[in-house]
Write a protein that binds this ligand. Structure first.
Ligand code: DGL
Length: 265
């Protein structure tokens, strides 16, 4: 039995929405999480920068003896996954493909919406994956750059997030989508608002949940070892105390999170 941990990384704290799903779905697995809080956000960065930053994180995770890597960050999954898979000799999973496949399965009218950071939307990766599965699906996309700072400021309820959600999402109404991919780590935190603005009949795809569903048959995530003792470690490149605080919101966690600072550059 391979008890080595799984590495999970993100540009910052947002990837904990994905980690939370992994902890819940695979409670026997140990994990090592890295949040690149010194260089967040990735959403407006160049592809070269995102590949370089992601590589530095993976180099660190390899020192932690991880057996596989999950890229929780949608932006890094969109812009760096292919390069990282070529560079490293261990399994690396991104969140785009499972989310895109889940949307293809969910949509009944073959009209899918995708929201994400500017870099993710400009990469057109979601659209390419969806249309490689089903070329008859039409896709409407929207970058929502204000959502991330809004959530990090804790503004997840009330007039301000609702009016920003209308600003970004109202255009989807004329597209008649029946499914929306929340293509960024942070967005599931706004799920109640997104759902109320778009209408509750729209299916919302949470990439963390879609990823976990896609991993259930993967031997590396096998649940054979249910009695195995798991452990979780968290590392960040800046402000570990702030990370520990915000992490509670992202994971709805009652218990404290002990975060260590690392230097990658
Ligand atoms: N983690 C990023 C993503 O999922 C959002 C925050 C950022 O821009 O770095 O796309």
């Amino acid at each position: 039995m391979d008890t080595r941990p799984i590495g999970i990384f993100d540009s910052g704290v947002g990837g904990l929405t994905v980690a939370k799903e992994i902890y819940a779905r695979f409670p026997h697995l140990s994990t090592v999480y890295v949040g690149d809080t010194a260089r967040v956000p990735y959403g407006n960065r160049s592809q070269d920068a995102i590949i370089a930053f992601s590589s530095q994180i993976i180099d660190f995770l390899l020192t932690q003896s991880v057996k596989a890597i999950i890229i929780a960050c949608s932006t890094s999954s969109a812009l760096a996954l292919a390069a990282l898979k070529q560079k490293y000799d261990l399994p690396i999973y991104g969140v785009l493909e499972p989310a895109a496949i889940s949307a293809c399965i969910q949509t009944k009218n073959k009209k899918v919406g995708v929201i994400g950071t500017r870099a993710t939307i400009q990469s057109q990766q979601f659209s390419q994956i969806i249309n490689s599965v089903d070329s008859n699906i039409s896709i409407a996309t929207k970058a929502c750059p204000l959502f991330v700072p809004l959530i990090e400021e804790g503004m997840t309820e009330g007039e301000i997030p609702i009016s920003i959600a209308h600003y970004y999402l109202d255009s989807f109404k004329k597209e008649h989508i029946d499914t929306l991919i929340m293509g960024c780590t942070h967005y599931p935190i706004l799920q109640p608002i997104i759902s109320s603005v778009l209408g509750r009949n729209i299916e919302l795809i949470n990439p963390g949940i879609a990823l976990c569903e896609s991993l259930t048959k993967d031997p590396l995530f096998s649940t054979n070892a249910v009695n195995q003792q798991s452990s979780h470690k968290w590392f960040v490149t800046d402000n570990p105390d702030q990370f520990s605080l915000v992490a509670r919101t992202f994971m709805n966690s009652a218990s404290a999170i002990n975060t260590q600072k690392i230097t990658l550059f």
